[in-house]
Write a protein that binds this ligand. Structure first.
Ligand SMILES: [Zn+2]
Length: 248
């Protein structure tokens, strides 16, 4: 599932670019834990401010007073449960990335890429209902342009419950996974990670509930003959000299 390099076969650098805190856990929490167990270094960056669900008050209106440091604290704790590096926050406005110049987002994301130099990138599926997810996908693809001095060997799109399946797109924008990662041994870690985001989780049968997360892992697992899995769409893979796919 991973990539290996001749200059450092023990460790690959992985970057997860998510729109909001909790997207990384829902989309690839088990896979992050698995990368870490394989000796890879995993960085996480959040493009927009978080607390989407927590911002909704009893009248279903946005509460502007949500405490961002608490969300960032939860995200840092969540990364710790998976063994990832402390996350970075770009701080763009929540649910309003369509009002920000794409170039501004791209430049911020590019600065992270130049600093971290990842070989493997995970980000949102392009067809999500949430506008921040789609904008993040677009910015990542622009930042990952395969120029001669760039060595990003793989980009994968993840699914986020309560956004990917809600887009209901009948065209080619529908999530159609073609990569499955066995997270049978990492599912407990994924659930523990999500418990850091209590304010974002909801009771069953909401899709962002513990039961729904487990159910999706089961469905994705059985699709691939596994007990539990996370599913991805392969956005691009490039076999650069000295970099090849590694199983772990
Ligand atoms: Zn999100």
């Amino acid at each position: 599932m991973d990539l290996d390099r001749t200059d450092n076969p023990q460790s690959q650098t992985v970057l997860v670019v998510a729109a909001h805190p909790d997207d990384e856990a829902l989309g690839c929490g088990g896979t992050i834990a698995r990368h870490v167990e394989c000796g890879d270094i995993v960085h996480i960056v959040f493009v927009a401010e978080g607390g989407n669900a927590a911002r909704m008050n009893a009248l279903n209106e946005f509460d502007k007073e949500i405490d961002q440091p608490n969300i960032q604290h939860a995200a840092t704790e969540a990364a710790g449960t998976l063994g990832a590096e402390p996350p970075k926050f770009l701080g763009f406005p929540d649910n309003r990335l369509d009002g920000v110049d794409l170039l501004d987002i791209v430049q911020s994301v590019e600065a992270i890429f130049k600093d971290i130099k990842p070989s493997i990138v995970y980000t949102h599926h392009r067809g999500d209902l949430n506008i921040d997810h789609r904008r993040t996908h677009e910015a990542v693809l622009t930042a990952c342009r395969p120029l001669p001095d760039v060595r990003i060997a793989a980009i994968y799109g993840f699914e986020v419950l309560s956004s990917t399946e809600w887009s209901l797109r009948g065209d080619s924008g529908q999530f159609a996974p073609n990569k499955f990662v066995d997270i049978t041994s990492q599912l407990d870690k994924k659930i523990s990670c999500l418990e850091c985001y209590n304010s974002e989780m909801r009771p069953f049968p909401h899709p962002r509930s513990r039961e729904a997360v487990q159910a999706l892992a089961t469905v994705r697992g059985t699709t691939a003959g596994l007990v539990a899995a996370e599913a991805f769409s392969v956005i691009r893979e490039i076999n650069y000299p000295g970099i090849w796919l590694k199983r772990c």
